[in-house]
Structure formats: structure tokens, C-alpha cells
Write a protein that binds this ligand. Structure first.
Ligand code: GH3
Ligand code: MG
Ligand code: MG
Ligand code: MG
Length: 316
């Protein structure tokens, strides 16, 4: 290990300095049955004042360690458990750890296996520390990009599937869940129901209290409904002041009970600075005998009927 050559090289490359800064904030594990290799790596890290490293000469000990490393260097061939076993073990609980396989043998098959089960990269011994740093750097950067992409995707998914006012699911999400449910019901013949509710004379709320208060009522009502459903049910904002619920594993009798409970909850819900509201309900048990569209028509008709017989009613 030529420390001078290494240090000179570092001075010329900003990337490597950055990676060292990044390494100082990472919890690192090095697993290798070769004590000489561990010594070399230890020397390398201590020279850079990277202290947050745990060294394992025994793969069994690493298996027992708390699996919260940010970066793992794992030797491929070890007497007790080999690299592939350790990679699998880490990946069982931790998708974020960067894993770099280090091997003295250019064993394509084992290296490929390790990459297939979740290692990020591999390096051949003897390590060239300049290459070593570059590889770590590229792994860290790739990892950062992955994390960003993951976060952005999650954010996009939320934006695409949630209603911005109430934060419950929107129509798009609901229709996906509904399609999945229909396919499942065809297979399992298990019943499920749909419940559509519409706030009565909501236009009057807007007219009497203003649009902001109207928004507040919608938010409160959405929260009330979602708090009183099971996790497996799917609630969405179907339109302006209409909410649609997919009631999983519920026949029409169960669905009717849910609707009665909701009707009462809505009616008794205390709203700040707004008189209490009511809602009308249409409920159907999904029928396999007709198509999805026909089911929706039946549901709509029920709600329409609930409105026409005086509102604050449930039609099943
Ligand atoms: P009905 O009992 O027949 O359902 O009467 P309604 O007044 O509730 O029904 P209508 O369809 O005539 O009016 C719905 C109102 O809901 C009109 C619309 O301005 C209001 N609305 C729709 N979306 C929003 C929203 O996001 N915020 C607010 N504040 N009002 C909304
Ligand atoms: Mg070995
Ligand atoms: Mg209405
Ligand atoms: Mg309406």
C-alpha cells in the first residue's frame, strides 16, 4: 500500500475527497477471512480518519451483527459462510446498504451470483486503492441517485393517486383497486360491495359559509370516513362532494351496516362553525352476473333514489 501515491492522487481529485467525507458519515463493515487484507484496509481507513468501521475475520460473527451498515465490503470466499450467503442475509432486511464484493479469485459464476442476489459491485484483489476509491465513489453516487429516484417515484405515486384537498385516494387509484378486485372476485367468488355517498345540499354549505368552509367540511368528512373503515377497504373522493368506498369481503348485509354507521357518523359529526350535514347513500353488492359498468349504473340509481326519497337515506 503506497500511502504517498494515494495521497498525491487524492489531492488532484475532488471526487475522492467527497467520497471520503461521505465515508466518515457511514457505518461500514469489512468481512474477510484474510487477516492481512483486513490489516491493509484498516490502515487505509485509519489513515483517512474513517473510524466507523467494523472488521470481521469470521463471517459467522458478521451474520450475528446488527444489520444496519451503510456500506459492506464482503469477501467472496470464506471458510464458514461465503459472500453470497452474507449478501442474501443483508438483503433480507436491508435494501439500502451498499454491498461491494471483494475477491481474490476472478470467479465469474460466484461474482454473478452475488450481483444477482443484491451486491452492488465487485472488486478484485489485490486492491488498487485508487480504483477502490473510484468504485466506492460510483457506488455511493449511484446509490444516491437510486434513493432520489425512489423518493421521487413515491412522491409521484402519491400525487397521481391522492386527492389534493382531502388526501384520500382519487378516482384513478380507486379504479385500479376496483379492477383488481373484480378479477379476484371472478376467481374466488367472494362478495364485495360498493358504497357511494353524496353530501346533501352541499351547495347550500358553500353559499352560507363560503367555499373555504365548504373545503373544510369535505376534509373533515373524508377523515371521518377513512377513520371508520377497515384497512382493506378503499375509500376515494369520487367527485366534488361524493365519496366512493369499496368494501372488501362484504355482502349487501354487511355493507348496509357500514352505511348505517356512516350515515349516523356524518349526521353527528361536530364541525367547527358549520351546522351539521347529512349524506345520502347508495349501496350495492357487486354482481358477477353483469359487467362493471352496469354495477356502477345500479349504484348510481340507488343513490339517486336515496336523494329522491328525502335525503339522509340509504338505498341498498
Ligand atoms: P344534493 O343534495 O342533491 O347532492 O345537493 P348538492 O347541493 O349537494 O349537489 P350539487 O351537485 O347541486 O352541488 C354540489 C356542490 O358541491 C356544488 C359545488 O360547488 C360543490 N363543490 C364541489 N367540489 C367542491 C370543492 O372542492 N370545494 C367546495 N367548497 N365545494 C365543492
Ligand atoms: Mg477469503
Ligand atoms: Mg350533494
Ligand atoms: Mg353530487
Amino acid at each position: 500500500f503506497d500511502a504517498d501515491r494515494f495521497n498525491n492522487y487524492l489531492k488532484t481529485l475532488n471526487d475522492e475527497v467527497t467520497v471520503i467525507e461521505a465515508l466518515k458519515n457511514m457505518k461500514i463493515a469489512v468481512v474477510d477471512d484474510n487477516p492481512f487484507f483486513l490489516d491493509v484496509v484498516e490502515k487505509f481507513f485509519s489513515l483517512r480518519e474513517i473510524k466507523n468501521v467494523e472488521y470481521y475475520e469470521e463471517s459467522r460473527a458478521f451474520l450475528r451483527a446488527k444489520n444496519d451498515f451503510d456500506l459492506c465490503f464482503i469477501d467472496l470466499v470464506m471458510p464458514v459462510y461465503d459472500g453470497e450467503v452474507l449478501v442474501r442475509h443483508v438483503r433480507e432486511t436491508n435494501n439500502d446498504t451498499i454491498i461491494i464484493i471483494i475477491t481474490g479469485y476472478n470467479n465469474e459464476k460466484s461474482i454473478t451470483h452475488c450481483l444477482n442476489v443484491g451486491a452492488d459491485d465487485f472488486m478484485l484483489k489485490p486492491l488498487d486503492f485508487i480504483v477502490f476509491m473510484s468504485r466506492i465513489n460510483s457506488c455511493i453516487n449511484r446509490h444516491r441517485l437510486d434513493q432520489e429516484l425512489k423518493k421521487n417515484n413515491e412522491r409521484l405515486f402519491e400525487l397521481a393517486t391522492r386527492d389534493t384537498l382531502t388526501n384520500i385516494y382519487n378516482r384513478t387509484y380507486f379504479m385500479d383497486a376496483y379492477k383488481r378486485k373484480m378479477a379476484e372476485a371472478l376467481r374466488t367468488k367472494e362478495s364485495f360491495s360498493l358504497l357511494l355517498l353524496d353530501i346533501d345540499h352541499f351547495k347550500n354549505i358553500n353559499d352560507e359559509y363560503g367555499h373555504l368552509k365548504g373545503d373544510y367540511v369535505l376534509k373533515e368528512t373524508a377523515a371521518l370516513l377513512s377513520q371508520n373503515l377497515r384497512k382493506s377497504d378503499v375509500l376515494c373522493r369520487w367527485g366534488g362532494e361524493e365519496f366512493l368506498v369499496l368494501l372488501n369481503s362484504a355482502d349487501i348485509n354487511k355493507a348496509a351496516i357500514v352505511a348505517q354507521n356512516m350515515r349516523t357518523l356524518v349526521e353527528q359529526n361536530k364541525l367547527q362553525g358549520v351546522r351539521s350535514i347529512t349524506a345520502s347513500f347508495g349501496v350495492i353488492e357487486y354482481s358477477l352476473a353483469v359487467d362493471a359498468e352496469k354495477n356502477f349504473t345500479l349504484l348510481d340509481n340507488s343513490l339517486y333514489l336515496a336523494k329522491s326519497v328525502g335525503r339522509n337515506k340509504i338505498i341498498c
